[in-house]
Design a protein around this ligand. Structure first.
Ligand code: MCN
Length: 805
């Protein structure tokens, strides 16, 4: 079911239509070329031997048996390759001046810090020989104690990187008070308060395509092409140049078809640097393909936080202060954005609520002996939303009112937008009540509450729960100056070129790098609308640093609000130029020209008109252009957005929990999301749908499990429960449309919204179902076992308290 408002605030010709995705036919017919599909004659296959220990000294690496195997070209230990690295692997987000960042090289030489850390590589004639050969390498280790518990890690009982002297990488505070001491005073004076502890389990991103790399050097001259399954060809190129000292102008990075990334392909990985450096060393192509099991340890994980959140409220339940303390699991090393992920969330722990300047946030990033963490769909923002939305439910129980009513009392009022938040950030536009009303109607909220009162009686074994979550996404990261203030090492701009070819077909070059989102379709629609042409006449070029030399790539739901807006601006510039040519050709004043449906006409002279197609040919022949006008019909824009974009919404989940088995059945799910004007509503719905399932997966199914020795126990899809189509309920989508005032398309991002809204909605529903039994929290994922344990422990607490809950 889809509850619709108009999908765009203004009626336009193409934008707002549900066009089928033009990128799908090649994907559906298997024609798309992924990195590992590439035929590269003469390539050597690389395999990486990975540490079976979470924490150990490397005593020796015996390569002899592997080297002697037929088909093996070379075997290298970390020590053998040490001279190749001009610098350690990059971390682009040093969140504090004194952040501790251990030197991290693509292959470990003397010590390993997680199961999966690379210790040696083989180059061989085939992938199979390379994998056989790594098993013949004999590495002797001195095992050290693993550290997998975040609070244990913080205690420094076992220091993982001895040279740092501590496991704490950094502590990042954000204290905002109207008057000094206000947070503590508000907590002390609160009519109602809650103090909650939540655990964000580690998640393993599971893109359909694991990672893959092919490095192809030119035989002469030193040029190199790196094909890699990445979200960030442009950022990667710069980082490789910096890390390896590789001449940037001789490096081309291409992301061929990429089968999903979800933030985990937003990184600079050891295997990319290894393939490139070894291709250079051997003077021929080197390739690597990650296995699924390898992917579970060698690709970054997501989440991994312990959250402590305190809310203070007045007698009406209105929030007066928030205090948050986080411990964030960095894993064994800092990858590209590891330390910044919880910092990004720091701005969202007040959710969509009108909080006075009484906010005290602090996060400590801590090293453990597990796979490094980094961005995973939402990156810090789902974690923040989870904490505030769970805590709002706890507060509602404390105040004794309905959780939706508590939220309504705290919503930022629509007439306060644009709204300057306590952080100084300006939220662009929102109507929280509208989204909540749509969601309420979709699930019949009032009816459910009545049903719950009759169903959840003493002794009931099938209990009904209703979960609510409201959210802001904070995406389109961001004005470059704001990123600078957060110590982020890159800008937030995006580049676009719009080029009208002589026969009036259009080429668009974008610096975004889609990997499933459908940019080719959506961006074609923007151009079609602006230029009055058919979207089929637009070709969108991307993901190749030679074809699209400028770009900041795809993450943070930025491609539409930054990249798409840049394309719209480039179209406007092309139209301006075309107008000068049209005016010249029609001997009219440019100010008198109107442009509509792809045709310039002279105001008041309906017979005088010139189609864009004719102007394109004039620009090509250059036989009769205005003096001084360059013969092309092309514009390039580099757009640095003036603000983040602030999508928002309300999600509601209805569950029935079996108290005897702990089984959770999702009966209904309603997601109401507002990303401003929707360029392609079908793509938007697909994004929300996928996002909701990913968030629901965190709530109910997925979790990386480590044993006490730091061994990952969920290395296959039988242990790591990625939900299949049959595991998730139908999801009802609704939306409202509140255009962003900061760009002329009125768009906001949507790629992460579903993930952000859904996890707390599901867990709030489970806890709501069981709150009559004294349950206030359930460990994620809310598996039957975890739910059953929560019920048992609540009941034993109840009996220990003499029956009082
Ligand atoms: N869109 C639209 N109208 C809007 C907003 C967006 O039609 N108002 C369309 C866009 O044109 C684009 C799609 O929706 O085709 C998502 O746009 P946007 O919100 O700008 O997000 P990005 O394209 O920047 O994608 C990044 C985002 C993130 S951060 C993750 S993680 C994620 C996601 O997208 N990973 C994905 N969606 C994914 N979808 C797939 N299939 N695979 C992934 O790895």
């Amino acid at each position: 079911m889809t509850v619709t408002e108009e999908t765009t605030a203004a009626s336009t010709r193409v934008i707002g239509q549900r066009l089928l995705r033009k990128e799908d036919p090649v994907l559906l017919t298997g024609e798309a070329v992924f990195t590992n599909d590439m035929k590269v004659p003469g390539a050597l296959y690389m395999a990486v031997l990975r540490s079976p220990y979470a924490h150990a000294n490397i005593l020796s690496v015996d390569k002899a048996a592997a080297e002697a195997m037929p088909g093996v070209n070379a075997v290298y230990s970390g020590a053998d390759l040490a001279e190749l690295w001009a610098n350690p692997m990059p971390c682009a987000w040093p969140v504090t001046e004194d952040m501790k960042n251990p030197a991290h090289y693509p292959i470990a030489s003397d010590k390993v810090h997680y199961v999966g850390d690379g210790v040696a590589v083989v180059l061989a004639d085939t992938d199979a020989i390379a994998h056989d050969a790594i098993e013949a390498i004999d590495v002797q280790y001195e095992a050290l104690e693993a550290v997998i518990d975040l609070e244990d890690a913080l205690s420094d009982r076992v220091v993982i990187h001895e040279d740092l002297g501590t496991n704490s990488s950094y502590t990042w505070p954000l204290l905002i008070e109207e008057e000094e001491g206000q947070v503590q005073r508000s907590l002390d004076d609160a009519a109602f308060s809650v103090n909650e502890r939540y655990v964000q389990q580690r998640l393993i991103p599971m893109a359909m395509e694991p990672r893959a790399v092919v490095a192809v050097p030119q035989p002469f001259g030193g040029d190199m092409t790196l094909y890699t399954a990445t979200q960030i060809p442009h950022v990667l190129k710069v980082m490789i140049a910096v890390t390896l000292g590789f001449p940037e102008h001789q490096l081309r990075v291409v992301a061929p078809a990429v089968g999903g990334g979800f933030g985990a392909k937003l990184n600079v990985y050891a295997e990319e640097l290894l393939c490139l450096a070894l291709a250079q060393k051997h003077g021929g192509p080197v390739r690597w393909n990650e296995t699924r099991a390898e992917n579970t340890v060698a690709t970054t994980h997501g989440r991994g936080q312990i959250q402590n959140i305190e809310l203070a409220a007045d007698a009406d339940g209105k929030l007066t202060a928030i205090r948050v303390r986080l411990i964030a699991d960095m894993g064994g090393y800092l990858q590209l954005l590891t330390p910044g992920v919880p910092v990004l969330g720091a701005f969202l722990y007040a959710g969509v609520y009108d909080l006075p300047k009484a906010y005290d946030f602090s996060c400590t990033g801590v090293f453990t002996t597990m796979t490094p963490t980094d961005a995973y769909r939402g990156a810090g923002r789902p974690e923040a939303t989870y904490a505030i939305e769970r805590a709002m439910d706890a507060l509602a129980r404390e105040v004794g009112i309905d959780p939706l009513e508590l939220r309504r009392r705290n919503f930022i009022a629509t007439d306060k937008y644009p709204y300057e938040a306590f952080t100084g950030l300006v939220y662009d536009s929102a109507d929280h009540d509208k989204a909540a009303v749509i969601a309420e109607e979709m699930v019949d909220y009032a009816g459910l509450r009545e049903k719950q009162a009759t169903q959840n009686v003493d002794g009931a074994t099938k209990r009904l729960g209703v979960g609510v979550s409201t959210y802001f996404e904070m995406c389109g990261l961001a004005p470059s100056r704001v990123l600078a203030s957060l110590n982020y090492s890159a800008g937030g701009w995006e580049a676009a070129t719009v080029r009208i070819l002589p026969t009036s077909k259009v080429q668009v070059v974008t610096g975004t790098s889609p990997h499933g989102q459908g940019h080719e379709t959506a961006f074609s629609m923007i151009v079609a609308d602006k230029l009055g042409i058919d979207p089929a006449d637009v070709d969108v070029l991307h993901s190749d640093t030679t074809i699209a030399p400028l770009g900041m790539d795809t993450y943070g739901s930025r491609s539409m609000p930054v990249g798409g807006v840049a394309i719209g601006m480039a179209c406007d510039q092309v139209i301006d130029k075309a107008k000068q040519i049209a005016a010249h050709q029609m001997e009219a004043n440019a100010d008198d020209l109107e442009f509509s449906g792809g045709v310039f006409s002279v105001a008041g002279s309906p017979d005088k008109e010139m189609p864009l197609a004719a102007i394109a040919f004039e620009a090509f022949t250059a036989h009769d252009l205005p003096d001084g006008l360059e013969p092309n019909l092309e514009a390039q824009v580099t757009y640095d957005p003036p603000n983040f974009s602030w999508p928002f919404g309300t999600h509601m989940c209805v569950v029935e929990v079996d108290t005897e088995t702990g089984d959770v059945e999702v009966l209904k799910y309603a997601a109401v999301d507002d990303c401003g004007n929707q360029v392609n509503p079908m793509i938007v719905e697909g994004q929300v749908h996928g996002g909701v399932i990913q968030g629901m997966a965190q709530a109910l199914f997925e979790g990386a499990a480590y044993d006490s020795h730091g061994n990952l126990q969920t290395t296959t899809l039988t242990e790591y429960l990625v939900p299949g189509a049959g595991d998730v309920p139908p999801i009802s989508l609704g939306h409202s449309v509140t255009p962003s005032p900061t760009n002329d398309l009125g768009v906001k991002g949507v790629g992460e919204a579903g993930t952000i809204g859904s996890t707390p909605a599901v867990i709030n529903a489970v806890v709501d179902a069981l709150s009559g039994l004294g349950v206030t929290d359930v460990t994620m994922p809310a598996s039957p076992q975890n739910v059953w344990n929560a019920i048992q422990s609540a009941q034993s607490n109840t009996s220990a308290n003499g029956g009082q809950q």
